[in-house]
Ligand binder design. Sequence first.
Ligand SMILES: [Zn+2]
Length: 272
Amino acid sequence: MKFFTIILSLFLFFACNDSTTESQSTLMSNAEIKRPALEKKSSNKITIDSAITLDFLMGKFEPKKHDDFLKIETKYANRADMFIQKETYEAFKKMHETAKQDGISFVIKSATRNFFSQKNIWEAKWNGKRKTTGVKNILKEFPNPKDRALKILNFSSMPSTSRHHWGTDIDLNNFTNKYFEKGQGKKEYDWLKNNAHKFGFYQPYTKKGNERPHGYNEEKWHWSYLPLSKKYIDQMKLRMKDELVKGFEGAEVAKEIGVVEKYILGINQECL
Ligand SMILES: [Zn+2]
């Protein structure tokens, strides 16, 4: 019996030892597997970048006086006096050149719009002086400020919340989705979907659905230069508040609507 107990103890000792060794090695290999993911997560941690001011993020500056901006040559645009960040412009020119070889041509229809030009657009829509898509008489049809703001927000941003403030986002060729759904427009959109990312451009306002439940309607014409705009959206995520959205007619409903969460951050997940 004593002999049997010794054998059993020895067996248990080695069995436990084995399992300990095994579990240690399992732990180690798990740690090894997990390490890159953890490192990736910590490198993605957003911190305040004081070189990027809130005034810049909210478009409260003059692009023509800003060192990082320049005027777009008219061969790339449908009108003069449009501005863009230099880095976005270089990437766009490369994309434009490559597309041209495939028989596709791109024209910039809108680029940087600062707070003040966005305020002009927004207030003209708010007061019915400028057309809002699908509305005949906005003052009569939408007397309630929140409803009116939501209607305009289908396609237009409140001043201080637009990606067009940053010099990274451009509108190309045509302001209707319909144009991009057939013929030459479809070829252009298909080309952008297959190639724009190679030059750093992504579509922030994709079709709304489970992946993008909130925000502006789909805009097949709006493309964003992500190497720069990703930095700005990160800062917006960290620092922007609904309370900072002010200084124009209708701004009082920004908080009730939740413009930061629903509109600034209500974009294609690839751009976040
Ligand atoms: Zn746009």
